[in-house]
Design a protein. Structure first.
Ligand SMILES: Cc1cc2nc3c(=O)[nH]c(=O)nc-3n(C[C@H](O)[C@H](O)[C@H](O)COP(=O)(O)OP(=O)(O)OC[C@H]3O[C@@H](n4cnc5c(N)ncnc54)[C@H](O)[C@@H]3O)c2cc1C
Length: 477
């Protein structure tokens, strides 16, 4: 890391806003705030871009794309395209992943510099009176002050005792992106979004994969119909799913690999263990004594609905606070605090209706109530479900697993009223959710959306047709 500051002087400096943490939450606030004319300092101890760019969203999606190419090549013969026997050159795969990361990280850094954000390299710590002390790798120290301070220190992978990562046999997401080869066998501990993305990637790359999940089902939070499709598709890929089993330890084997113990005395030999059991907020050392900032027992920086901490003019956003740990939520919170700081009285984020996207194959995307949660909340609902198997574009792609499910309030005539939730699983649904997300958040009704035309042939027709089917009439479905 080297020098504390890219700025010409490391003397005490004052800014409109000092941001600690250069991940999506921190850099979004810096970019957005600078575009509104604020003078901003951004303190990052590692690399601008944070978890998302360097060991999260971007590398995970980049490797999923390699997996998608493997699938495409595998099925090329179905389209009459005859290809030579294929293999994956992992070196090229990893180099491409890194090139994408480097390009994006360079882009964000350039944007920040172009907007005159002052970048500090070092560990930032907030003290009283919004004084931030920055200590560089070489011990060099600087202090800066801000009219406002944003804490955006992010999160770290949760570690299971006994499964401490060694970087080769036992990894978390931090080490996964530096694997030197594709494992023959892999055990993924944790069947959440990230665990399912890793399992899907590895299975498509040819690994024999088992998911061990302590909860009764994988992908908690997803609508049951959606999870069912993922389960069937994962089964077709050869992924074995063991839900309701806790891991108890592992014993390394001579010559590599390890034996994982789980459940009621069961064991499984594997070459790689991917520990993917969630993330813990990182707030250690970010705040020193004497401020009104409080940290919860679980390590979250405590905030109100506008991301304000207990210290005046100090906000916190992203994975460090107890809101959904998603990069786009960090972006939204970063922009929210700038509006609040500027006195624009922004509306709080409605976390029950934010978009969720899981990029495993088949992809999952949703916003708003599932059928079960809508009923639990006391709504009388109508549900429309349509499968990609009947969609022309999906047939053309050869990607017919999946469905669109819409949950709407039931009107007196039995048809659908206000849309409460949109849930999708299938080809490119992460790119198709936006219409459904807008519908849920705009509180649009089925009749209103049914007026709009979807292009033909397109995957998004399935959303349109699922809506039309709730008007009491229907087209193809
Ligand atoms: C494998 C994986 C896949 C993911 N995929 C997705 C996805 O597809 N979509 C999605 O929305 N989300 C995804 N996420 C989640 C996403 O990465 C996080 O929600 C997001 O990075 C949170 O942003 P943040 O700014 O709060 O924290 P971080 O990205 O963790 O950034 C925090 C930054 O603060 C720095 N920092 C911490 N303390 C200090 C300090 N005291 N001084 C200076 N710097 C400090 C850290 O070095 C870090 O760079 C994924 C995560 C993982 C692990």
């Amino acid at each position: 890391m080297g020098h504390v500051s890219d700025a010409t002087s490391t003397d005490d400096q004052h800014f409109d806003l000092v941001v600690i943490g250069g991940g999506p939450g921190g850099y979004a606030a810096a970019l957005y705030g600078a575009s509104a004319g604020l003078n901003i300092a951004l303190v990052e101890k590692d690399k601008i871009g944070g978890t998302c760019l360097h060991r999260g969203c971007i590398p995970a999606k980049e490797l999923l794309e390699t997996a998608a190419i493997v699938r495409t090549v595998k099925h090329a013969g179905d389209f009459g395209v005859i290809v030579e026997p294929k293999s994956v050159d992992w070196g090229i795969t990893m180099a491409r992943k890194q090139a994408v990361i480097d390009k994006l990280a360079g882009g964000v850094t350039t944007l920040l510099k172009n907007r005159k954000v002052t970048l500090f390299s070092g560990n930032g710590s907030l003290g009283p009176d919004r004084v931030v002390t920055i200590v560089g790798d070489d011990g060099e120290t600087a202090t800066v002050t801000g009219d406002a301070v944003l804490l955006a220190s992010g999160s770290l992978p949760r570690i299971i005792p006994g499964f401490e990562p060694d970087g080769t046999t036992v990894v978390t997401s931090d080490e996964f992106f530096h694997l030197t080869q594709i494992p023959r066998r892999a055990v993924v501990i944790g069947g959440g979004a990230i665990g399912c993305e890793f399992a899907s990637t590895l299975a498509d790359l040819g690994s024999s994969v088992t998911i061990l999940e302590a909860l009764p089902k994988i992908l908690p939070g997803c609508d049951d119909d959606v999870t069912r499709v993922v389960l069937q598709s994962f089964k077709k890929k050869g992924i074995e799913i063991r839900a309701g089993v806790a891991v108890t330890g592992h014993t390394p084997m001579d010559g590599g690999g390890t034996t994982v113990a789980f459940g009621d005395g069961e064991t499984l030999e594997t070459d790689l263990v991917v520990v993917s059991v969630g993330r813990v907020p990182f707030s250690e050392g970010v705040v020193s004594d004497g401020t009104g900032v409080t940290i919860s027992e679980r390590g979250h920086i405590e905030v109100d609905e506008l991301c304000r901490t207990g210290e005046p003019s100090v906000w916190a956003v992203g994975d460090a606070i107890a809101t959904p740990q998603l990069a786009h939520i960090a972006f939204a919170e970063g922009m929210l605090i700038i509006k609040d700081l500027l006195g624009e009285s922004p509306a709080a984020i409605d976390y029950s209706r934010v978009p969720w996207a899981i990029y495993c194959h088949p992809e999952v995307a949703f916003a708003g109530h599932s059928e079960a949660s809508a009923k639990e909340a006391g709504f009388e609902v109508v549900v429309s479900k349509h499968r990609f198997a009947g969609n022309s574009r999906a047939q053309i792609l050869g990607e017919t697993d999946g469905l669109v499910k819409i949950i709407a309030e039931k009107r007196a005539d039995g048809n659908g009223g206000r849309v409460l939730g949109v849930h999708m699983v299938g080809p490119w649904v992460t790119e198709q959710l936006s219409g459904g997300y807008l519908a849920v958040n705009w509180e649009a009704t089925v009749d209103e959306i049914a007026e709009y035309i979807q292009p033909h042939p397109s995957l998004s027709e399935l959303f349109g047709e699922s809506v039309i089917a709730m008007t009491g009439r229907s087209l193809h479905g």
